[in-house]
Ligand binder design. Structure first.
Ligand code: SAH
Ligand code: SF4
Length: 381
């Protein structure tokens, strides 16, 4: 540590602050409250990277701000583009940790999968991120900066349109009706917190990040376009529902008996299936919105019709849709992908029983950007 860093108070990273937090921060410095809204808009609607860009704010105030605050940023260290249009972004954080975000174009609409932690403490047997243990939580700024960096990249490197116009009208992946509020075609439409880490294990930073995402003066995502995925931390599910009631919930169920779930997802020993489903039922979702149940199909482990039958029974009294994710194999993990026949039979069983099912193709497979393959170039301990 240098002498300088001991004597100066650390600057506040403004991207860690929701709009009300920013108001408090500026009021604490004797500034008028409306300044916060001006600064907030500069950050998220104009992507200002320096205080000097904030031209409707006096030079004096800009100088004062630059003495107490900073505007952090992420630049991708590497961007890989898959043959299917998927893009994987590797971000190197200030302390050398790496995290990844994945952009998945679906029928010309972009879904961005972002990370919430470097590594993950949950230790699911089938997940590569989980084998790296938890290094640390991402800050609110690091979470929103992933989105902002990808939005910038989409402006400078717009993806080639992956759909021929004749196919338009195909159903979107999320099955939602169109709310007519889509961002520009090149922009990000959906945010899913399904990258590295367990978002509900980092709620103190994830909740403000979501508030910035859905703030009409912030990143302006509709709450129906933001999804949080969890392995099933029951008390945190309740907290998320209390604090941000309208966000979409995805739950990685992955097994239909406690015996198997205990084995492949250690979190189940703390919060078994029955408690998890109760928390799903109690999660406040507006109108016709549904809980997404993710189900990673592990060949020969959880991929039979018996499993499909039990799955149906478990979720039938919760408004639901199911994402079937064929296991993505990775080195050092003994699980195998399911056969095509097993996937099709499982899928068909659910469809025949009126469940909305999406079987995820292995998007980003050729660039190791598919589910559970993100590792942020961390070295294995
Ligand atoms: N921690 C959160 C979100 C990140 S994991 C959660 O567990 O929900 C995102 C999804 O990837 C989860 O549904 C998880 O079950 C799935 N997944 C993990 N490893 C996988 C793999 N090797 N193949 C396919 N899906 C995997
Ligand atoms: Fe963590 Fe999710 Fe991977 Fe489990 S599946 S180890 S909770 S990232």
């Amino acid at each position: 540590m240098t002498a300088e860093s001991i004597t100066t108070t650390p600057k506040t990273d403004l991207k860690n602050l929701t709009l009300p937090d920013l108001e408090k921060f500026l009021q604490g410095q004797g500034k008028e409250r409306f300044r916060a809204l001006q600064v907030f808009k500069w950050l998220y609607q104009h992507d200002a990277r320096t205080f000097d860009e904030m031209t409707n704010i006096s030079k004096d105030l800009r100088r004062e701000l630059s003495e107490t605050a900073l505007i952090s940023n992420l630049e991708p260290e590497a961007v890989e583009q898959g043959s299917d249009g998927t893009r994987k972004y590797l971000f190197k954080l200030g302390d050398g940790n790496g995290v990844e975000a994945v952009l998945i174009p679906i029928e010309g609409r972009n879904t961005l999968c972002i990370s919430s932690q470097a590594g993950c403490a949950m230790g699911c047997e089938f997940c590569l991120t989980g084998t790296y243990k938890l290094t640390r939580n991402l800050t609110t700024a690091e979470i929103v900066n992933q989105i902002m960096a990808v939005e910038r990249d989409l402006i400078t490197n717009p993806p080639a349109l992956s759909v021929d116009p004749g196919q338009d009208g195909a159903e979107s992946d999320d099955g939602d009706d169109d709310d007519g509020q889509a961002q520009s075609p090149a922009g990000i439409r959906n945010i899913v917190m399904m990258g590295m880490g367990e978002p509900l294990h980092n709620l103190d930073n994830v909740i403000p990040a979501i508030r910035i995402m859905i703030d009409g003066n912030g990143l302006q995502f509709s709450n129906r376009r933001v999804t949080v995925s969890t392995c099933g931390l029951v008390p945190e599910m309740a907290r998320l529902g209390r604090e941000i009631p309208n966000v979409n919930l995805a739950v990685s169920l992955n097994a239909t008996t406690d015996e198997l779930r205990d084995r492949i997802m250690p979190v189940n020993r703390r919060y078994p299936i029955r408690e998890l489903l109760k928390a799903c039922k109690e999660f406040p979702l507006p109108g016709r919105r549904k809980v997404t149940f993710e189900y990673v199909m592990l060949g020969g482990i959880n991929d039979t019709l018996q499993d499909a039958k039990r799955l149906l029974r478990l979720i039938s009294d919760i408004p639901n849709k199911v994402n079937l994710i064929p296991f993505n194999e990775h080195e050092g993990c003994e699980f195998k992908a399911p056969t095509r026949a097993a996937i099709d039979a499982f899928h068909k069983y659910l469809i025949d029983h009126n469940v909305t099912v999406i079987t995820r193709d292995s998007r980003g497979g050729d660039i190791s950007a598919a589910c559970g393959q993100l590792k942020g170039k961390l070295e294995k301990a």
